[in-house]
Ligand binder design. Structure first.
Ligand SMILES: O=c1[nH]cnc2c1ncn2[C@H]1C[C@H](O)[C@@H](COP(=O)(O)OP(=O)(O)O)O1
Length: 220
């Protein structure tokens, strides 16, 4: 089993029942897949493009990341449940087409795009997470085309880009974004991807999480 790295969330979300698994382990090792055969699998994906422009001439955005507002008013990544007979990558590509009208001939997700699988024992969920880098022009095209997705206005209420900088007050920007409500473990997935794709350093992520936690505590 891979080491547990919760991006500093341990006391905001119960981590006791969550572990990270290797993708190959859960899919291809019989002893492991047998153990989790009653778990529900889901696959979600993060499309992103590096973007070094400055917001207000001051704050480096670093990357455009595609998240979405869901039907239930909370934020998440495109993706969904793995149907019987599908593997996570196939499910992800199907959901990407339905939810954001992703052109799979141009931007298919492959197993090489798998980043991490989180296991949630209590909820009996296996959450597979993939990331895929595209150019900024391709990213804008993907955003535009998402308005014509089958699920736009039904399950999906539009794509959003998280701000990846922190403003002078130490809260506005990424920490404020993180204090929204997130589906499943999508907040952890976002932070995990920012760190492992070298978009934001661990230290900066820890500072953002601290700021977000302070805000949540102060508004209880
Ligand atoms: O973005 C996400 N990241 C991780 N887990 C998520 C995310 N969105 C939802 N979830 C969790 C919540 C549910 O338990 C399952 C499946 O959710 P959903 O995407 O709504 O699935 P369907 O579209 O209904 O197939 O994953």
């Amino acid at each position: 089993m891979a080491s547990t790295d919760n991006c500093g969330f341990s006391d905001i979300e119960s981590q006791s029942s969550k572990t990270l698994l290797e993708y190959e382990e859960i899919l291809f090792q019989e002893s492991v897949s047998e153990k989790f055969k009653n778990f529900t699998h889901a696959a979600h994906g993060m499309l992103y493009a590096l973007d070094d422009r400055l917001v207000f001439g001051m704050f480096r955005q670093r990357a455009a990341i595609l998240m979405q507002l869901r039907f239930d008013g909370i934020l998440g990544f495109p993706g969904g449940l793995v149907d019987p007979g599908e593997n996570p990558m196939e499910a992800l590509n199907r959901e990407m087409e339905e939810e954001i009208n992703l052109d799979l001939t141009q931007h298919p997700f492959t197993n090489d795009n798998h980043l991490v699988t989180f296991l949630h024992h209590k909820k009996q969920l296996v959450l597979h997470f993939f990331t895929k880098e595209v150019s900024l022009d391709q990213f804008k095209n993907i955003e535009l085309k998402s308005l014509n997705a089958k699920e736009y206005g039904l399950e999906c209420f539009g794509s959003i880009r998280p701000p990846l900088f922190t403003m002078e007050d130490g809260f506005k920007g990424l920490p404020a974004f993180l204090s929204n409500q997130f589906a499943g473990n999508s907040r952890e997935q976002l932070l995990y991807a920012l760190k492992s794709r070298n978009i934001i350093t661990s230290e900066e992520i820890a500072t953002c999480v601290e700021s977000m936690k302070r805000h949540v505590e102060n508004n209880r």
